[in-house]
Design a binder for this molecule. Structure first.
Ligand SMILES: *Cc1c(COP(=O)(O)O)cnc(C)c1O
Length: 393
């Protein structure tokens, strides 16, 4: 099997797993308990908090553990809306956010909040002038993702943070794809809140983090016990917390090395596809993109049929995002960068890991070429198009 869907989820690093295991069976004490047996787990939770904080230049007491990226995104929007609702009811986000943000924003609209969805350019970069122009006296929050999960475009966080700060508006970033993958610093980028997730960084699923800058008046989101300084109730998922801490530490330590290696393979992949497959295009910014992300459109091709044939050849890829696949709607991200429906339908996302090899990439391109030739040979649209092309010559 060739796994090229690392933006959807990643394999747990064996080192991460072995650090987690004792917290299921040996050190199973509830970290909130007072006896010394629980001290071991409390210590592990504190260490994980330190490790996560270090990756983004935060203080440990500004890190909160959650049930994943989606929960952190929901928390950031809903609880800010609640806490700052008296100041204003206007929120700004972008058109290419993950559904954990977009669907939460839509829900808030039903609760009487107003949301502005700022446009992106043809590479998927947010339009900073539009963003700044959207700010009103009643704007309470700007939420823009750090890097896009479909097309990999990295957003100018520092510039967005500066705009938010200048206007006294809070800035949240969904950094699920960026955390421990590319350098992030909450102070340099003026980030007030940041979401990240364990399973996108070779850690376990069902564990996430929220960074909340000291002084931000966010409300608790899960009500119950006093865990996480009364802001997120629920007995700590200690193995998960240990796992995300270790995964963050390893990913941050290997960031430069992994990025260089993945970027090389990714560029080789992009170059071969664009050169060898006619009527193909790269989506997302050619330079400012996640080192492991390639996203293509192939004209006259249905994404679904391509994925099924790739699967038969042992290759895991994705069309749109994992959340939208299964529906026939084209990706909202591809529509936002200006692609027409029929082209957005033929998209393919391939996301590499540090274990991806050159042989795997070459095999994938060779297979993809054959699949696309075969699918096009069966497409009446392609046949018509080629007839016209040939008569024009
Ligand atoms: C995966 C992802 C999420 C959701 O994270 P979960 O931990 O799976 O809930 C949110 N935002 C982005 C950008 C993602 O890629």
């Amino acid at each position: 099997m060739i796994y090229l869907d690392n933006a959807a989820t990643t394999k747990v690093n064996p080192e991460v797993l072995s650090e987690m295991l004792p917290y299921f069976t040996e050190h199973y004490g509830n970290p909130s308990a007072l006896y010394s047996f629980a001290g071991e787990t409390a210590k592990a939770v504190a260490e994980a908090r330190e490790r996560v904080a270090k990756v983004i230049g935060a203080n440990a007491e500004e890190i909160y553990f959650t049930g994943g990226g989606s929960e952190s995104d929901n928390w950031a929007l809903k609880a800010t809306a609640e806490a700052y609702g008296k100041k204003g009811k206007h929120i700004i986000t972008s058109k290419i956010e993950h559904h954990a943000i977009l669907h939460t924003a839509e829900w808030l609209e039903k609760q009487g909040y107003e949301v502005t969805y700022v446009d992106v350019d043809e590479n998927g970069t947010i339009r900073l002038d539009e963003l700044e122009a959207a700010i009103r006296p009643d704007t309470i929050l700007i939420s823009v993702m750090a890097a896009n999960n479909e097309i990999g475009t990295i957003q100018p966080l520092k510039e967005i943070g500066a705009i938010a700060r200048k206007h006294g508006v809070l800035f949240h970033t969904d950094a699920v794809q960026a955390f421990a993958h590319i350098p992030l610093n909450v102070d340099e980028m003026n980030i007030d809140m940041l979401s990240a997730s364990g399973h996108k960084i070779n850690g376990p699923k069902g564990i996430g983090i929220m960074y909340i800058r000291k002084g931000v008046q966010i409300r608790s989101f899960i009500h119950g016990g006093a865990q996480e300084r009364q802001r997120r109730a629920g007995t700590h998922n200690v193995p998960g917390i240990v796992g995300i801490g270790k995964a963050a530490e390893i990913s941050a330590r290997n960031m430069e090395k992994n990025n260089e290696q993945e970027r090389k393979l990714r560029d080789h992949l992009i170059q071969r596809v664009l050169e060898e497959i006619p009527y193909s295009r790269l989506n997302g910014d050619p330079q400012k993109r996640l080192p492991n992300n390639a996203n293509f459109c192939f004209r006259f091709i249905e994404g679904e049929s391509m994925l099924i044939l790739l699967d038969q050849a042992g290759i895991c890829g994705s069309s749109g995002s994992a959340c939208t696949s299964g529906s026939l709607d084209p990706s909202h991200v591809l529509l936002a960068i200006g692609l027409p429906h029929e082209i957005a339908h033929g998209s393919l996302r391939l996301t590499l890991s540090e274990e991806t090899t050159l042989e795997e990439i070459d095999y994938t391109v060779d297979t993809l070429k054959k699949i696309i030739e075969r699918l096009r040979s069966m497409s009446p649209l392609y046949e018509d198009f080629m007839k016209k092309e040939n008569s024009n010559v």
